[in-house]
Design a protein around this ligand. Structure first.
Ligand code: GLA
Ligand code: ZN
Length: 683
């Protein structure tokens, strides 16, 4: 892990985003430049989808239009994020070299069409994509306004072709050494799957072992295919990056990640990115805590600030209901990103497409072509404020004493499980705990399971389904030396081969938890079970309207004591539902069910009691729905963001006078935030 290399536009941050002038007559470009300058845009992302234009056949390359675009934006004084254009295949290539086209889950070889769909094992792709990236780097690396390389675009999806199958077998041979080892790791004697050579193994698609795209009869096969695809597609990025590095040793290289995305293990990818960048497209009903959580996760990938590479200024087009961002909401969401570590604010896109499937997608310059629109005015206003802010927040850090372990393998493992409940959702469970911390204005780091946890006062590992030896040691070390850990039902079910741990879940963390799940009930969607919390002072169970749902482990305690029991009239009424255990110098909580908000609040009170964890800005209070978060400059300056993301407005109360960095206004005690209002406060 290394600190991110953050591109800037000199005295300002990157503000701008995807610009696709190829789709417009040449005359439009000058007007675009005038408007973008008016909106205080400092940067454009170019060349995201131009491969077919740049390379009309095997031998010919034509950079004339890109040269013209580069010259236009350079003259306008904009910085450039240069993409490599490999996100969409040229039609001629698909026709001439079908190996570039993926074979889908149903076993069908695709023709030309779509994007983000090249086969990662295609010899043709692995020859031509890095070649193009290298030629682009050679041509543009010396531009003084080039600030970042953007490889391909939003990598996603899997391929199930014969080339991928062959490479998968090699990957398996390297991982397991022998087919006997693989048989053991995958427990292939289940339903007669014993293999006698690697040649017998095929990708888990519909023609073979799959139940659906997430699940197969041998979950370990799907799990390894996910690992293999994550590595293979990451290799597509790597070969292009290497080609760029032939000509440019310095400029940061990235590719853009996505929200709620589970195809690849972004933690492993992040090591290859000089700076993490991502595209944030919440829906109208995405809870603000989920957005903050993903920003925190993106920051967590490299423990460093990140680029907000894309967001829509107004609406998307590909969601079921593409609601507009309300007046002020785009600005509030932009500054929300910044509060969690974004050091760039970029959009898709600068000018709205006139045709193509994104013609209903929002843009800074809309179809009227001018600046007299709400969206343009809001962009211009934000641009001007960011210009005022300059780069003072760039590189500032979020300081969190609480970490949530986020794990793509656990996500895959749970997705791949047939049972115990179809309603089980890894993200929902992670967000359940994140949202409670968010509500309390507690800063959170999202960390990998092998991260150094020693700096955290509290660590939560909800549904950390897949625990290998290294993770087990890491968590033992943490708790033994005084940490406090929260585990839940579905934590530590399986090892890295998706074999259940023996010895009572959450073995091998059973000693830390001091309790184990003898059975696990899955509740029907309409059923919940009361939870009775034992008050510390009276040790008598108190009846509160707290409840659990979805899963109920029937816990047995070894050394833990009971914090809450199940109520109701099922046979496990009275059994422990939440436990606390001392282990080494530390302690562990185990939550055996999915707690509702009331239960969660009671659990969090107890879990954090005495930990020293507090709200990120103890001198700032805010009405419900207003996010409070902080970043710290290298000199220790605290920047406190108060953001109304709910669009209701409300009061922020200060116990120390502070000034708003955006307006320069000084506040003594009370700030009345309007709808989607934001202040960035400095004491
Ligand atoms: C993604 C892509 C962009 C564009 C936007 C539209 O983020 O990277 O090319 O299609 O979606 O929301
Ligand atoms: Zn393939």
């Amino acid at each position: 892990m290394s600190t991110a290399q953050m591109p800037t536009a000199g005295q300002s941050i990157l503000f701008g985003g995807d610009y696709n002038p190829e789709q417009w007559p040449r005359e439009t470009w000058d007007e675009d430049m005038r408007l973008l300058k008016q909106a205080h845009v400092t940067s454009v992302t170019l060349n995201v989808f131009s491969w077919a234009l740049l390379q009309p056949d095997d031998e010919t390359y034509d950079f004339s239009m890109l040269d013209d675009i580069v010259e236009t934006v350079t003259k306008a004084g904009l910085t450039i994020v240069m993409a490599t254009s490999t996100g969409a295949l040229p039609a001629w290539m698909s026709l001439k070299y079908p190996d570039v086209n993926r074979v889908d889950f149903h076993g069908r070889r695709h023709r030309h069409g779509g994007r983000h769909n090249a086969c990662p094992s295609s010899p043709t792709y692995l020859k031509y994509a890095p070649k193009l990236a290298g030629l682009i780097a050679k041509r543009y690396a010396s531009l003084s306004n080039l600030v970042c390389w953007h490889v391909s675009n939003e990598y996603g999806g899997y391929c199930y072709c014969d080339n991928c199958a062959a490479r998968f077998r090699e990957w398996l041979a390297a991982r397991y050494g022998s087919v006997e080892n693989l048989n053991e790791a995958w427990t292939t004697n289940f339903w007669g799957h014993t293999y006698h050579s690697f040649e017998e193994i095929f990708p888990p698609n519909e023609l073979g072992d799959a139940v659906d795209e997430n699940r197969s009869l041998l979950p370990a096969l799907t799990l390894d295919y996910r690992r293999f695809m994550s590595d293979s597609v990451r290799n597509m990025y790597r070969v292009e990056k290497a080609a760029i590095r032939e000509y440019d040793a310095e400029t940061p290289v990235t590719t853009n990640f996505m929200l709620n995305f589970n195809d690849f293990d972004y933690f492993s990818w992040a090591d290859d990115l000089d700076v993490v960048s991502w595209d944030c497209y919440p829906s109208y009903d995405t809870d603000p805590s989920e957005i903050s959580m993903w920003h925190d996760l993106m920051r967590g990938l490299k423990s460093s600030p990140f680029m907000l590479m894309e967001q829509t200024p107004s609406r998307a087009n590909w969601q079921p209901f593409n609601s507009l961002k309300k007046p002020g909401q785009m600005r509030a969401q932009s500054l929300q990103a910044m509060a969690h570590g974004a050091d760039t604010i970029q959009f898709f896109q600068m000018r709205r497409s006139r045709a193509g499937c994104e013609k209903f997608h929002g843009a800074i310059i809309e179809n009227d072509g001018g600046s007299d629109t709400r969206v343009f005015r809001e962009t211009e206003e934000l641009g001007s404020q960011l210009h005022q802010l300059g780069t003072q927040l760039v590189g500032s850090q979020v300081r969190a004493k609480v970490a949530i372990v986020f794990d793509w393998e656990s996500w895959w493992g749970m997705l791949g499980s047939v049972g115990p409940s179809v309603s089980l959702n890894y993200l929902t469970e992670i967000n359940r705990y994140y949202a409670e911390l968010y509500r309390r204005h507690i800063s959170v780091d999202m960390v990998r399971k092998t991260a150094d946890l020693s700096g955290y006062s509290a660590v939560l590992a909800p549904c950390l389904y897949m625990v290998d030896d290294q993770t087990s040691e890491n968590l033992h070390r943490y708790v033994r030396s005084g940490g406090r850990l929260l585990l839940t039902t579905m934590s530590s079910i399986a090892n890295e081969n998706d074999q259940c741990h023996l010895g009572g879940a959450p073995a091998p963390l059973r000693d830390i938890a001091g309790a184990w799940a003898e059975e696990t009930d899955a509740l029907a969607p309409e059923v919940s079970v009361p939870l009775l919390f034992t008050d510390a002072d009276s040790a008598i169970p108190q009846v509160r309207p707290a409840a659990g749902s979805l899963l109920c482990d029937v816990l047995r305690t070894d050394t833990a004591h009971t914090v809450a029991t199940y109520g109701g009239d099922d046979y496990y009424a009275g059994a422990p539902a939440v436990t606390e255990n001392s282990f080494g110098e530390g302690r562990a909580f185990y939550v055996a069910t999915m707690p509702d908000k009331i239960a969660l609040s009671a659990i969090m009170d107890r879990f954090l009691a005495g930990s020293g964890v507090e709200t990120c800005a103890p001198d700032v209070e805010a009405a419900p729905g207003i996010e409070v978060s902080t970043r710290f400059g290298a000199d220790g300056t605290r920047y406190t963001f108060a953001i109304d993301l709910a669009g209701k407005g409300g009061d922020v109360t200060l116990s120390t006078p502070m000034s708003d960095l955006i307006t320069g206004k000084r506040y003594e005690t009370r700030i009345a935030l309007g709808r989607f209002g934001v202040v960035i406060l400095k004491a």
